[in-house]
Write a protein that binds this ligand. Structure first.
Ligand SMILES: [Zn+2]
Length: 355
């Protein structure tokens, strides 16, 4: 896979996605399909923490949510003549192309081991970001290409390689099992300006802040050394939406507090003087833009209360955790956070000292 010689960002990534001036990353062919650059360690930490809190594994829910959105995504790409051709010619090559996609998004290095048309697909994945999630990704694509339901089996061996097999079944899924809880709304425009690479037109900061290694299927954030993945915001909202509807309304608040504590630790690990004025909060919120997480447009500091408006938010509870982690790290106080559900393209996050 070719990378830009100047900035190191894979060409395929800048060909497929565009970094908007409004805090979004979207698919060039279909701007309603938005992505975020998410800290994979943080995501897996959220899964583990919820599992510990409720005492149940989340693998089935994760796989299902990814399968659904993966299928929807490939359904959207494989339309018209192109879809007919790909489905008629369905071959190992189709799945090898899929594995290139997965590598580009930082999901790991997938290899097709065996494939029999209208029967099964077998693969192995090194450096997998999350076993259940990746199996869901592949299953969704498989179901879209084959136009049949798939039955998934997966396991991880001693070398941390994921082995997966998907068999075609005649099971017809109910409408309910394919429904989406979240549909993206319109994005508000913005005025952020990225300095662009003169060669590939990716934001220069992208190549500076991240190391892309499509050969191993990984993306690393240089500052933290953490692994990053590109994930659809529809996928993420559906996944968290499923968790909430299956496990209870306290899930968003649990997610917020897990993220708050993590952000607080990250900031606290490198103590330095941080600007906690309105301008300081806005500067902090600016770090969301490159990740496609939204656009911080307004901050108001009123005594011990901070209010931040974020347009085009990717997921409100995680953003509330992001703001309150900063608040707690800089004030040394415990906080209470609240947020308005996204409406008219923005959310308002309020953080104040807990009394
Ligand atoms: Zn470049």
């Amino acid at each position: 896979m070719r990378e830009c010689q100047k900035c190191g960002v894979p060409r395929a990534l800048t060909n497929d996605y565009t970094w908007g001036s409004n805090g979004t990353i979207s698919l060039r062919k279909g701007s309603s399909h938005r992505m975020v650059m998410l800290d994979n360690d943080a995501l897996n930490h959220i899964f583990r923490s919820i599992e510990e809190t409720i005492g149940l594994p989340l693998e089935t829910i994760t796989l299902e949510a990814k399968r659904k959105s993966g299928k929807d995504y490939i359904d959207k790409i494989l339309t018209g003549v192109k879809g007919t051709i790909v489905r008629n010619l369905a071959s190992k090559k189709v799945y090898e192309q899929l594995s290139n996609q997965l590598r580009m998004l930082g999901y790991g290095r997938a290899e097709v081991l065996a494939y029999h048309r209208r029967e099964f697909l077998e693969g192995a994945v090194e450096n997998v970001y999350n076993g259940a999630a990746l199996t869901g990704d592949v299953a969704g694509a498989f179901e879209s290409v084959e136009k049949k339901s798939g039955d998934c089996h997966y396991s991880t061996d001693d070398n941390n390689v994921l082995h997966l097999r998907i068999n075609i079944t005649d099971e017809v899924r109910s409408e309910y099992r394919n429904r989406f809880l979240y549909e993206p709304g319109e994005s508000l425009p913005g005025r952020n300006i990225f300095e662009l690479c003169p060669v590939c037109h990716a934001p220069v900061e992208l190549g500076r802040q991240y190391t892309f290694d499509p050969d191993s299927g990984t993306i690393k954030e240089n500052k933290t050394g953490h692994r990053i993945i590109l994930i659809g915001i529809m996928t993420l909202n559906n996944l968290f939406g499923e968790l909430t509807s299956e496990l209870g309304d306290e899930i968003p608040r649990i997610i917020m507090s897990i993220e708050r504590d993590r952000v607080k630790d990250v900031i606290g690990a490198k103590p330095k003087e941080l600007d906690t004025s309105e301008a300081g909060y806005l500067r902090y919120a600016k770090t969301l833009e490159l990740k496609g997480m939204g656009n911080g447009t307004l901050a108001k500091v009123d005594g011990e209360r901070v209010k931040v408006r974020i347009e085009n938010p990717y997921y409100e509870p995680l953003l509330a955790g992001f703001i309150s982690g900063f608040y707690e790290a800089t004030t040394g106080k415990k906080s209470i956070a609240s947020w308005t559900p996204v409406k008219d393209g923005f959310t308002e996050i309020t953080v104040e000292a807990a009394s």
